[in-house]
Design a protein around this ligand. Structure first.
Ligand code: NAD
Ligand code: ZN
Length: 260
């Protein structure tokens, strides 16, 4: 758990950085949605032991054994379709609602669920796509809300090709426009919250480093220490749903004090 007073110190440091026009960015990973019932791949709670995500969620697996790749993705799609935002998603949406228009609050996520949007966050930068959306790699057909479970394993397009979930698979490039926006936000933010990501894959790993180097305050929220923990100003040990509501509450209380 977070050391006593750690949360208050982090909240004070965040409030001290806020001014009219300030930008707060939250960079979130799979841990953000853990308390919504979607397991992470990595970390102590990673519960995908029956599948090795780095093997099954790849373009090679989809080409060689599409039924197996679809079985894995449909398993995750069912969890995503049933999930609701948790207290952490709601806290980030509340921060945006209550600080706008004085400050801007933006979310960059590696998650393929829609839980930030469902909680009310706007302008979410999606680095890894959307698993409920399906695209045809041959003819370009796409469906935003493809049935869960898919009608077949693997499902085919009318053109005959195997469809794919609209996600970035391991080893694939990230969408250029989303990547550019993420870097621009990291380069200009005043505060970055890094929530539920093991920070081992790019660009998730670079974003907090860029933010820190350009002078932003970086606050990490994760139940486990990461390679980032010692490099940032505040590292809070706890879950997204446990820490973010209290952190946001305290930041909003302190910024109100500043106003009056
Ligand atoms: P990851 O490497 O970022 O690891 C997850 C991190 O979450 C770990 O550091 C872990 O300590 C932390 N964590 C666990 N429970 C938490 C909690 N309750 N609150 C805060 N942090 C918590 O991500 P990954 O699991 O290796 O996933 C790799 C990729 O797979 C993701 O980037 C994403 O594209 C996809 N994925 C998406 C979802 C989703 O959309 N919800 C879920 C799993 C995986
Ligand atoms: Zn097609």
């Amino acid at each position: 758990m977070t050391e006593p007073g750690g949360l208050q110190r982090a909240a004070r440091a965040i409030a001290d950085r806020l001014y009219a026009g300030a930008l707060i960015v939250a960079s979130t990973g799979a841990g953000m949605s853990r308390e919504s019932g979607i397991p992470t791949f990595r970390g102590a709670e990673g519960v995908w032991r029956q599948y090795r995500a780095e093997e099954v969620a790849t373009p090679e697996a989809l080409a060689r054994d599409p039924a197996w790749a679809w079985e894995f993705h449909d398993h995750l799609r069912a969890l995503v379709a049933a999930a609701r935002p948790n207290a952490g998603h709601l806290a980030l949406a509340r921060l945006e609602r209550e600080l706008t228009p004085a400050c801007a609050v933006r979310v960059i996520t590696q998650n393929v669920d829609r839980l930030h949007e469902a909680a009310g966050s706007s302008g979410v930068v999606r680095l890894h796509g959307d698993i409920l959306r399906v695209v045809c790699p041959r003819c370009g057909w796409e469906e935003g809300d493809y049935p869960v479970p898919a009608p077949a394993a693997p499902p085919h397009c009318d053109c005959g090709a195997v469809l794919r979930p609209d996600v970035v698979l391991f080893g694939e490039r990230l969408p250029e426009d989303q990547l550019e926006e993420a870097f621009a936000l990291a380069e200009t933010c005043d505060v970055m919250l890094v929530v539920g990501t093991s920070v081992v894959v790019e660009p998730a790993a670079s974003l907090p480093v860029m933010a820190r180097e350009q002078g932003a305050l970086v606050v990490e929220v994760n139940p486990e220490p990461t390679i980032l923990s010692r490099a940032v100003q505040h590292s809070l040990r706890g879950t997204a749903g446990g820490v973010l509501p209290a952190l946001v509450e305290e930041v909003l209380r302190l910024t109100q004090e500043l106003d009056s």
